[in-house]
Write a protein that binds this ligand. Structure first.
Ligand SMILES: Cc1cc2nc3c(=O)[nH]c(=O)nc-3n(C[C@H](O)[C@H](O)[C@H](O)COP(=O)(O)O)c2cc1C
Length: 206
């Protein structure tokens, strides 16, 4: 039976979606892995999204199905990706987390592999606090936290500005969102997806 990986994200301008696709590509490199991308429900009204300049960008991933918390129970491994909001995950991602109480009550996610990734406007704008903050959700659910070991050597570079840390893949968007994930950041996201799929397969082995 295949290892089922779900990559659940919230994105307004597409940066997190880019990392999600890279992580999915990494997970698919592991033979016998089935990957599904899902986006959490958007909680902002269209009028607000329009004022934020997000409506156009969102069209690029409008084809990704909207996640139902129940779907998490079908997975062997789950990656959650959210942009940084004042040093934490987005309210949209938090709302999705809050909708998983039923799964928590049943212990439905215990023992599955879990990881997180993020993006932020500025280089030191809170990526690590966002990632570490999302860990509490994983741990309360009994997910086994899977990060990005330094075998992903791309995270050691100081030759260029780059996201990516042992806590999870990341990208820096620039204050106006114009910076796209770099090749280095995408490589770390791919590593994370592959690594999570490998660990998930081991955890799911009977
Ligand atoms: C309400 C709000 C709060 C934000 N807070 C931060 C922050 O604390 N630090 C930071 O560097 N960027 C911050 N940003 C920028 C977002 O992190 C950035 O737009 C996001 O990572 C882009 O990802 P996306 O294109 O997938 O939406 C904030 C953006 C919004 C809208």
């Amino acid at each position: 039976m295949s290892t089922r990986i779900k990559i659940v994200f919230h994105s307004l301008y597409g940066h997190i979606y880019c990392l999600a696709e890279a992580a999915a590509a990494g997970a698919r490199e592991v033979p016998g892995t089935e990957v599904e991308l899902l986006q959490v429900p958007e909680t902002l009204p269209e009028s607000v999204l329009a004022k934020m300049g997000a409506l156009e960008a969102k069209k690029a991933f409008a084809h990704i199905p909207v996640a139902d918390p129940k779907q998490l129970a079908e997975a062997d491994g789950i990656l959650f990706g959210s942009g940084t909001r004042f040093g934490s995950a987005s309210a949209q991602m938090q709302a999705f987390f809050d909708a998983t109480g039923g799964l928590w009550a049943k212990g439905a996610l215990i023992g599955k592999a879990g990881g997180v990734f993020t993006s932020s406007g500025t280089q030191h704008g809170g990526q690590e606090s966002t990632l570490l903050g999302m860990f509490t959700f994983l741990l309360h659910h009994g997910l086994v936290v899977v990060g990005v070991p330094y075998a992903a050597t791309e995270q050691t570079t100081v030759a260029e500005i780059s996201g990516g840390s042992p806590y999870g893949a990341s990208t820096i968007t620039g204050g106006d969102g114009s910076r796209l994930p770099s090749a280095n950041e995408l490589a770390i996201a791919r590593f994370q997806g592959r690594h999570l799929a490998q660990i998930a397969a081991k955890l799911a082995a009977k």
